[in-house]
Design a protein around this ligand. Structure first.
Ligand SMILES: [Cu+2]
Length: 126
């Protein structure tokens, strides 16, 4: 009897944690969408991720243009971070960036497993 009460309490706590986690995700996704809605993209860049790599090692985009980045994890759950920018798309989403000419490092932003550290790519803006 006592055991089942404890199990119940544990289950409620897990549910509460899951709910609060979901709430946070939703709000950040909403702001990403608002951002992309207000800006017009000149170019679209599609990036996908699998365990444990991005679909290309090097992506090329036009510099000083609004580039809409569509990111999706096709296998596992990964994130897209671009150094020197605020871009951080977790699992799936879109963001618009305007990059000065240069080379930007792309990395996974979610600790996804043994190959996490190998998930690296480059974006060249020119
Ligand atoms: Cu990762």
């Amino acid at each position: 009897m006592k055991k089942s009460v404890l199990l119940c309490a544990a289950a409620v706590m897990v549910m509460l944690l899951a709910l609060s986690g979901c709430g946070n995700n939703n709000s950040s996704n909403a702001s990403n969408q608002d951002q992309t809605k207000n800006q017009k993209a000149d170019k679209t860049l599609n990036i996908t991720a699998t365990d444990f790599k991005f679909n290309k090692q090097t992506y090329t985009v036009p510099a000083n243009k609004n580039v809409k980045i569509n990111f999706e994890s096709k296998e596992g759950v990964h994130g897209l971070g671009i150094t020197g920018t605020k871009v951080n798309i977790e699992n799936k989403g879109s963001e618009i960036v305007k990059l000065k000419p240069g080379t930007y490092h792309v990395h996974c932003t979610i600790p996804c497993g043994n190959g996490h550290g190998d998930m690296k790519a480059k974006i060249i803006a020119q």
